[in-house]
Ligand binder design. Structure first.
Ligand code: ZN
Length: 419
């Protein structure tokens, strides 16, 4: 269902919305209105008073049979807009992570300016249609110190819609490259010039200690956020996540650090897990679960897997480690299925990691926690501009997360003031 059709479906169910149009959101400054009987995750059910295009108050109300959910726009904390939608030209994507890396390396010969721009724009449009207000895409940096073509094109895309600040980028390097101070410094300066984040792929590579030290030093110097792909595997002994936490603590780093994947935490016994979680919590490191890609690539043994690629979301959350969920790969060598929709990723994480009800707090993984992980101020409903909020006809949070009610929509208000 497209956005307008879905909105009309909401309006049919909710008489007070029948005269609203999505495009009226564009000029909210004159509005004074009440959104009646809404569910605000974490707050409960009531009326939202709107003044000058912002939520002024949340008042108790008489419940109706047709509540709607109002919540912050989703934040996509981890995707790859330079890789997405390449599946149609890949020969074989049924292998593990190394097979995916090899298939993707071959496909790079197709990465022309037009190819990258059209695929990335499609991915970004999908994210916005899913209700995203903010997106971070990783961008493969390659072997040169100068920014690669895919960075340049995605940066143009980010600049094109800068007014809305939707897209920001993270350079994806290899930690071995970042062990070279000259290489690391060049990438950090280029990233800083474009308001991006500094990132690297981290396993047990040579030069990991030096690479991490360089990255934290440069991030501190240029005020950069850090974003790692770390321990993306289930092999015993992977300890990159703990190495990052140790480095963050040693540098007393205060900027945001986001660590994606961390599947190898599944190998740890309770004492080791508690030690790593304690370090992550003290360092304020965010951990992102990326269930689609990890479930697809990890635990391959030739049969039905009995070990699944996923990080320890429940234990990390219980230990005070801020956690997020992201969409990661879509229709590429790393995940032939998938979708650009953090709510769909959360749905999968709830099933795969047994994230139990009440579901309200888990929405933070794709809203407020995800924003903080990117170094951005999270949106909370009270005081928020309507443009930063989304609405759903879902009757409860489980229905919202399931996707049965359709995507989150922009909020539209009536032209008539003083409802
Ligand atoms: Zn990724």
């Amino acid at each position: 269902m497209d956005e307008q059709a879905c909105f009309e479906a909401v309006a049919q169910r909710v008489p007070s919305l029948r005269h609203f149009r999505c495009d009226q959101l564009q000029d909210p400054t004159f509005m004074k209105a009440v959104l009646q009987d809404v569910i605000v995750p974490g707050m409960g059910r009531g009326d939202l008073r709107i003044e000058n295009g912002r939520v002024a108050a949340f008042d108790p109300s008489r419940p109706t049979k047709e509540p709607r959910i109002v919540m912050p726009a989703l934040v996509e904390a981890h995707c790859h807009l330079d890789k997405c939608h390449t599946l149609h030209r890949l020969a074989d994507v049924g292998g593990d992570l190394s097979a995916a890396l090899a298939a993707q390396a071959q496909d790079k010969s197709n990465w022309t300016e037009d190819d990258i721009r059209s695929r990335a724009a499609r991915g970004l449009a999908e994210l916005e249609a899913a209700g995203c207000g903010r997106v971070r895409s990783h961008v493969d940096w390659g072997n040169e110190t100068a920014a690669p073509l895919n960075w340049t094109i995605l940066n143009e895309l980010a600049t094109d819609q800068r007014e809305r600040s939707v897209l920001s980028l993270a350079a994806l390097t290899a930690i071995t490259q970042m062990a070279d101070p000259g290489f690391a410094g060049s990438v950090a300066r280029a990233v800083a010039g474009h308001g991006g984040a500094l990132g690297a792929f981290v396993l047990q590579h040579a030069g990991r200690t030096e690479g991490l030290d360089n990255m934290f030093t440069l991030a501190d110097r240029y005020g950069l956020a850090l974003d790692f792909h770390v321990d993306e595997g289930l092999a015993p002994g992977l300890d990159g996540l703990e190495a990052i936490a140790d480095t963050a603590l040693r540098h007393r780093f205060e900027g945001p650090v986001l660590c994606g994947h961390a599947c190898a935490l599944m190998n740890l016994g309770s004492a080791d897990l508690a030690r790593v979680a304690d370090k992550l919590a003290r360092a304020g490191v965010f951990v992102a679960a990326l269930p689609t890609t990890n479930l697809y690539l990890q635990g391959r043994t030739g049969g039905t897997p009995d070990r699944r690629g996923l990080t320890r979301l429940r234990e990390l959350a219980a230990a005070g480690v801020p956690i997020v969920v992201g969409s990661d790969n879509v229709a590429d060598a790393f995940c032939p299925v998938g979708q650009h929709d953090p709510m769909a990723a959360l749905h999968l994480a709830i099933l795969a990691a047994h994230l139990d009800p009440p579901f309200d707090p888990w929405l933070d993984l794709v809203t407020t926690n995800a924003a903080r992980a990117l170094g951005q101020t999270p949106v909370t409903v009270i005081g928020a501009a309507l443009t930063d909020l989304r609405i759903s006809p879902a009757r409860d949070i489980a229905e919202l997360i399931s996707g049965r009610a359709g995507p989150l929509l922009p909020i539209a208000l009536p032209l008539e003031a003083d409802q």
